[in-house]
Each structure stands twice: as structure tokens, then as C-alpha cells.
Design a protein around this ligand. Structure first.
Ligand SMILES: [Zn+2]
Length: 272
């Protein structure tokens, strides 16, 4: 039986949020058994906190957002999933965690560098008992009962800069660290201005975001030939961890993004 885990000791990271671009510090503290993953806004009066899994209010457009206080948590959550951390308290001085390099790898390495501590209580998983899915036009996201966690993802963007990419594998913490965690966030060159106008990507730059043009990313080098689809898998893993517990199941995703991811999270919660 697997046991719950937390971090050995506290640490902090700082940077700027990817979307709003505000400077932020994130403090990570070990959590007691069964305490779960908790975010705290230490810069606000009364220091409001949110525990994953208790969420009644998750909504998103281009980022996962929980309640009124915390947003763009998908990369940090994917790293927690990859480090198999069940119990931790993360205190933020702004609404978004630091964007770091636009992937999950620096969060994951920081978590592993302080050490992961095994606790006594058993780790709990979410298991789906029947197929669950959500869809919107040509996008689809479904999860089917299975004892392993396998993701198959089809990414499709108009034009040649990204095009169609496919990822399919059983994802465990090792596969995550090597194949998924280093994949950075991305957008099309043509999208940059409209995203900025909508208030997104203010903390983005050409190093932490792949700005994809016809011949590849502008002023950057891909870490994988199919880095965008791997990043979509990263986001999906992070969004699913909003449930507060790791999930078992066979996931099929076609052009899914945060909106569908969060709709599926809601559906999974309702089915439990
Ligand atoms: Zn992302």
C-alpha cells in the first residue's frame, strides 16, 4: 500500500506570475497526514485559505483558478502530483504562483531537493466507477475506469507552427519528470497581441513561453520536438489534481484545455 507524503522541510521560491506578471513569493510548508493541499494568501487580510478537494468554486478560461484568491496553479499542482505529495501548505503573496520557466520542472526539482517524507497513513486515490466525459464542438475529454493512469492526448492547432501532435503513455512520477514536467507553456505568434490585450501572459517572455512561428519557437529551442502536446498533458495532470487526490483512470483527450479539464473535474467530483 502506498503511503501519504509531504516535504521534509519548508522552502520558498520567487518570481513573477505568468498571466498577471506580478512579483510573488511562494512558501512551502510540510503538512500533517490527511491535511491535504492547502493554498493560503498571506498578503490578504485574514489570510484566506483553500483546501483542494473541498473546492466548490473552480472556474477557468486560460488558467485554472480556485475561489477568488488563487489562480494559474496548474503547473505547481502538476509538480506536486509528480512528487507524489499529498499534504502541503503553500502560502502566496499574490494570486498566482511564480511562473519560473513556464513548465513544472523547477517546482518538481525544488520539492525533491528539500526531500519528500513518507507518512504513516495510506494514500487515497480517486477511482472512477464508470466512463465520464465532457465535450465541446470538436474537443473531447473522457476518463474510463482503469487501475493505471494513462493519458492519450491529441493536440491540433490551425496552421503549421504547431499542427497536430499526439502523446500517449502511462504516466507515473518517473515518466512525468522526464517526459512531461520540462515542457513549457506556448502560444502561436499570431495570438500574442490578443492574449496581452485580454490581460493574459503579462509575465510571459520568450524564455518561459514558446511563441510558435512557422519555423519553430521565436528566440528559443524546443526541449522536445512535440513540446506543446506534452505541456497540454502537464496542464491536464495539474488540473486533475485540483481534486486533491491522485486519480486512476484511462484518460482520452482531444484538443482539451482548462475549460473542459475543469468541467471533467466537476463531473468526477459529482460522481464520487
Ligand atoms: Zn500550462
Amino acid at each position: 500500500m502506498e503511503k501519504q507524503r509531504t516535504i521534509e522541510k519548508e522552502f520558498s521560491l520567487e518570481g513573477n506570475g505568468l498571466q498577471r506578471g506580478l512579483p510573488v513569493k511562494a512558501f512551502f510548508y510540510p503538512g500533517d497526514e490527511d491535511s491535504g493541499i492547502i493554498f493560503v494568501r498571506r498578503d490578504l487580510e485574514n489570510k484566506p485559505s483553500i483546501r483542494l478537494g473541498d473546492l466548490t468554486d473552480i472556474a477557468t478560461d486560460r488558467r485554472s483558478k480556485i475561489g477568488d484568491y488563487v489562480e494559474t496553479v496548474e503547473h505547481i499542482l502538476a509538480a506536486l502530483w509528480g512528487a507524489e505529495v499529498d499534504n502541503i501548505r503553500i502560502e502566496l503573496t499574490s494570486s498566482e504562483p511564480p511562473g519560473l520557466d513556464g513548465s513544472a520542472i523547477l517546482f518538481l526539482e525544488a520539492l525533491k531537493a528539500v526531500g519528500i517524507k513518507t507518512q504513516r497513513r495510506e494514500r487515497e486515490f480517486i477511482e472512477v466507477k464508470k466512463p465520464l466525459w465532457v465535450e465541446d464542438k470538436e474537443s473531447f475529454l473522457g476518463i474510463f475506469p482503469s487501475q493505471t493512469f494513462k493519458i492519450s492526448y491529441i493536440l491540433e492547432y490551425p496552421g503549421p507552427a504547431i499542427g497536430r501532435q499526439f502523446f500517449s503513455d502511462i504516466v507515473d512520477s518517473e515518466v512525468f519528470q522526464k517526459e512531461i514536467a520540462p515542457a513549457r507553456t506556448f502560444c502561436l505568434k499570431e495570438e500574442v497581441n490578443s492574449l496581452l490585450r485580454q490581460g493574459y501572459g503579462k509575465g510571459a517572455n520568450l524564455k518561459n513561453t514558446l511563441v510558435m512561428a512557422k519555423n519553430g519557437p521565436i528566440d528559443n529551442i524546443l526541449r522536445f520536438p512535440d513540446e506543446p502536446v506534452r505541456h497540454k498533458v502537464l496542464d491536464l495532470i495539474g488540473d486533475l489534481y485540483l481534486l486533491g487526490k491522485p486519480i486512476k483512470g484511462r484518460v482520452i483527450a482531444i484538443r482539451s484545455g482548462h475549460k473542459l479539464n475543469l468541467e471533467l473535474v466537476e463531473k468526477i467530483k459529482e460522481s464520487q
